[in-house]
Design a protein around this ligand. Structure first.
Ligand code: DTR
Ligand code: ZN
Ligand code: ZN
Length: 503
């Protein structure tokens, strides 16, 4: 979105972007810079629309509500106007919600009650129930991270009808709960690991028949100590509802470009029920829409590959829309996908510019499929050419690239941070406030227009446009442009499923 005269933009941008020269054989754009064609104003117009849609539809754009449905119509309508033939792909997914606040309280040998939000939260897909019972500590580690509740042996001598007190660690929460249930537990309490702040925001993945809550390490250690002394009783009450709901993805392909080598560019369209979701993720959805509206201005040489724009539904429920999309593709169609780009949270008000760690240089998160490192480099080189700082973001399963990575499809993208706290070094590089969350309004009512750093968003939209154009011209460094289906090389064991921890 640098204001450049089109003719000069070609030469200038090629010179400004290191790597553009090396990629000249296959990757250098022939036409105008898509990053210059897409303006911040284009993006802001869409952000305003999403804000207005939320404001008039119950304050959010969450799946299950009207705000989401109107958002779907908005995106599909704009795409039609831009010459696309968008598909609205409906799907159903397992849904859960809490109907009222949960309770976690000590009833014996002394009384205490814990505060929802700070001391504990309900696990996603927890069952409903109101249980007051003795507590059995299940193989709690004396220190560090253990295997509490991961093995059936852990439940030897477990008294039926009691509450299983377990600690996060090693296996999935779903495994711990299944084993506790098999041993006859009436409820499960899984507290956080040492060094982890706050309660466990986890999922048990499938509806559990018993209440499951996740206290902080502090509260959990207190309970563990009391359990060891004996006579500990707890009350655990959860009021959850379950069912199937439907939501939609919006998908639109460019008419030009090879159908056998498809660049998927996605962003989730839904918000959480607590707010309008403007930074999370109207920014990604709007950026993608603005890019889609301008991509038709590129000459045929730039659109050698097909670009598939995707607005995912129900990401906030645990990547439901992207998972449905990938799951229902035929093996042949899956083999035609060259890579997946993901854009989730592009303008955090105290943010950084984090590129997904495609070469796994941070050694955290999953090892992504081969080719992901090339995508990372495309973004890095672009921002380096503009003297803009970048950090990296691990592939931990937190957004819609997850189902693609699971199938061995190279992935990449950018994000600007959520509940994480800015470091002093980051404040030096990006400005903003060290010690404060990247997005203090993450998943909150205040995630409104004012919650977006427009300057950070502006440069990130440039990155979205640049990478899309670069990869539409050639995916050679990513997949060799070979029409051979990707094969997952490693078992995919992400830490998260969207906003929820799995283990
Ligand atoms: N899962 C996103 C927010 C999010 C937080 N950290 C990251 C890292 C990479 C991508 C996305 C995110 C959400 O709440 O929608
Ligand atoms: Zn979110
Ligand atoms: Zn998000």
């Amino acid at each position: 979105m640098r204001k450049l005269i089109t003719g000069a933009a070609v030469a200038l941008s090629a010179a400004a972007v290191p790597g553009a020269q090396a990629a000249a054989v296959s990757g250098a754009p022939a036409g105008p810079d898509l990053a210059a064609l897409v303006t911040l104003k284009d993006v802001q117009r869409h952000l305003d629309a999403f804000q207005e849609i939320a404001d008039y539809n119950g304050g959010n754009r969450a799946v299950g509500g009207q705000g989401f449905k109107v958002s779907v119509r908005y995106v599909a309508g704009r795409l039609k106007k831009a010459g696309f033939t968008p598909k609205v792909q409906r799907f159903t997914f397992p849904y859960w919600r809490e109907r009222s606040e949960p309770t976690l309280a000590r009833t014996a040998p002394s009384k205490a009650s814990y505060k929802v939000g700070t001391d504990f939260v309900t696990f996603a897909y927890s069952g409903a129930g109101d249980v007051t019972a003795p507590v059995a500590a299940v193989d709690l580690p004396a220190s560090g991270v253990g295997t509490s509740g991961c093995e059936s042996d852990d439940f030897a001598g477990f008294r039926k009808g009691s509450i299983a007190l377990m600690q996060r660690g090693t296996c999935a929460f779903s495994t711990k709960v299944a084993k506790a249930r098999a041993a006859g537990a009436a409820a499960a309490v899984i507290f956080n690991g040492p060094g982890e702040k706050g309660p466990v925001n986890g999922t048990v993945e499938k509806v559990a028949p018993i209440p499951v809550v996740g206290p902080s390490f502090k509260v959990g250690s207190e309970l563990a100590k009391a359990a060891r002394k004996g006579g500990l009783k707890l009350r655990v009450r959860t009021d959850t509802v379950h069912g199937r709901r439907s939501a939609s993805n919006v998908i639109a392909d460019t008419k030009r470009g090879r159908a056998g080598n498809v660049v998927v560019a996605g962003a989730h369209l839904d918000s959480v029920p607590d707010g309008p979701g403007i930074n999370d993720n109207a920014t990604g959805a709007a950026a993608l829409l603005a890019v889609a509206e301008k991509i038709g201005k590129l000459p045929a040489e730039d659109l050698r590959n097909r670009v598939r724009f995707a607005w995912w539904g129900a990401e906030e429920e645990g990547l439901m829309g992207s998972a449905h999309y990938v799951r229902t593709l035929s093996a042949a169609d899956r083999g035609k996908i060259a890579l997946d780009l993901n854009f989730d949270m592009l303008g955090s008000p105290n943010g950084t510019r984090a590129v997904y760690d495609g070469d796994h240089s941070s050694h955290s998160g999953t090892v992504p499929p081969a080719g992901s490192g090339a995508i990372e480099k495309i973004f890095r080189d672009y921002f380096a050419g503009r003297h803009l700082p970048v950090t990296q973001s691990p592939f931990d399963g937190r957004s819609d690239y997850g189902p693609f990575v699971e199938k061995g499809i190279p992935s990449g993208g950018i994000e600007t941070g959520a509940e994480g706290v800015k470091t002093a070094a980051e404040a030096k590089a990006y400005g903003g406030t060290a010690g404060k969350a990247y997005d203090p309004c993450y998943h909150a009512k205040c995630d409104r227009m004012k919650n977006v750093d427009l300057k950070l968003l502006d440069t990130n939209v440039d990155g979205v446009a640049y990478a899309t154009q670069r990869l539409a011209a050639s995916t050679l460094p990513v997949n060799g442009e070979a029409r051979v289906a990707a094969v997952p090389t490693a078992p995919y064991r992400p830490e998260r499923q969207g906003p929820y921890l799995l283990r």
